[in-house]
Ligand binder design. Structure first.
Ligand code: PMP
Length: 396
């Protein structure tokens, strides 16, 4: 009987998604997630991954992961607060804090967990959170979990932030007010206006929270968007993921000793979910060492981003206003966007379509994520395929 209840719930919804072309078919990558990937036996130039610096398959990271597995085993054995804190976790947190120029850091099992844990450990139903309307899903869920009043702020609109901050303070209803923003917005590649944000935050006493999942390893010579603007001592919480530029898995918060102390006793994924594996922790640390030794990979990433953007613009594509290597190619209609992406794939370029509800209706796009591991020849091939399919579908 319960099976029928479940099927009655699921069948119409799945059918509706399939009928409207909204059912997400998940591709399987047969091998490493590098600049070239194999899907269904076909080799494709990969323009879809967040592996910004090409570290996900880096030999030094793999070696460190192997060594840590030999030394500690494959699993941490418990949650951090019971007996799952291994020496390598503490080393990782020290390395992150140094890299982010903060007093301390705490590592989580994912960036998603980090937002769920950190926001709900700090904010309560007596508080308000002002949140950029395009913030990532994990921020939205973390805010909901906290029980705080959530007030959306127009995307990157500093006048709206000032107005909302003033109204919220003047209402006298809240004990604390936090402003949360992505450091780099992943759909358009625009960068949070942190210099203006810290001024407004100071004026109204807002706690500042920057999720730099797409900025770490990319902005500020790798150290992130906050470092890029020289604001390390003016942003209260710097959040990051270890899964994108760093190439592994996990997340972190960097901030004061006191803040990190509190998260270690109150952030629920830290208290109730088993710690990062030793292999992951070791690989993450090696990624940070690579970034601190040299800015070569970060520079290559930006060079590739510029090259791709210029090439697409010259061909006549609409590429939006990205300020980072993230390069959206805005097509508009959802069905045309999906067709365009499918044709690119048939011609050897793997660039995923992103449509409503991830982005507003009518702004469907194929999002390109150039990385430091792409060669100029690969990008030339991508541009040639874009030109061919763009003309075929009368987009350019
Ligand atoms: N925050 C932002 C802004 C993100 O883009 C993502 C990843 N899509 C996350 C958090 C979640 O990070 P993770 O994949 O490490 O869970």
């Amino acid at each position: 009987m319960a099976k029928k209840v479940l099927a009655d719930f699921l069948t119409p919804q799945l059918n509706e998604l399939r009928e409207n072309g909204l059912y997400n078919v998940i591709d399987t990558i047969e091998g490493p997630n590098g600049p070239i990937v194999t899907i269904n036996g076909k080799s494709l130039i990969n323009m879809s991954s967040n592996n910004y610096l090409g570290l996900a398959n880096n030999e030094r990271l793999k070696q460190k992961a192997h060594e840590a597995i030999e030394e500690y085993g494959v699993g941490a054995g418990a949650v951090r607060t019971i007996n799952g804190t291994l020496a390598i976790h503490n080393e990782l947190e020290k390395t992150i804090a140094k890299f982010k120029h903060t007093e301390a850091a705490i590592a989580f099992q994912s960036g998603f967990n980090c937002n769920m844990g950190a926001i709900s450990a700090l904010m309560t139903k007596k508080d308000a959170i002002l949140s950029d309307e395009l913030n990532h899903a994990s921020i939205i869920d973390g805010c909901r979990l906290s029980g705080a009043k959530i007030i959306r702020v127009k995307h990157q609109d500093m006048d709206d932030l000032r107005r909302v901050a003033k109204e919220t303070i003047e209402s006298g209803l809240y004990e604390k007010i936090m402003y949360i923003t992505d450091g780099v917005f992943s759909m358009d590649g625009d960068v949070a206006k942190l210099p203006e944000i810290v001024e407004i935050a100071d004026e109204f006493g807002l706690i500042t929270y920057v999720d730099d999942a797409h900025g770490s390893g990319v902005m500020g010579n790798g150290a992130g968007t906050v470092k890029h603007f020289g604001l390390s001592d003016r942003i209260d919480l710097q959040i990051g993921t270890l899964s994108k530029a760093i190439g592994v898995v996990g997340g972190y918060v960097a901030g004061t000793e006191q803040l990190i102390d509190w998260l270690k006793v109150r952030a629920r994924p830290f208290l109730f979910s088993t710690s990062l594996t030793p292999g992951d922790a070791a690989a993450c640390m090696e990624a940070i060492h690579i970034m601190t030794e040299s800015t070569e990979k970060v520079e290559k990433l930006w060079e590739n981003g510029r090259y791709l953007k210029e090439g697409l613009k010259k061909l006549g594509f609409e590429i939006g206003h990205s300020e980072t290597p993230i390069t959206p190619c805005i097509i508009g209609k959802e069905d045309l966007t999906q067709l365009f992406s499918r044709r690119l794939m048939e011609e050897g370029v793997y660039a995923k379509s992103i449509t409503f509800p991830t982005v507003p209706r009518g702004t469907g796009r194929v999002r390109n994520m150039p990385t430091a591991a792409h060669t100029k020849e690969m990008l030339d091939e991508v541009l040639a395929v874009y030109e061919k399919i763009g003309k075929e579908l009368s987009i350019i």
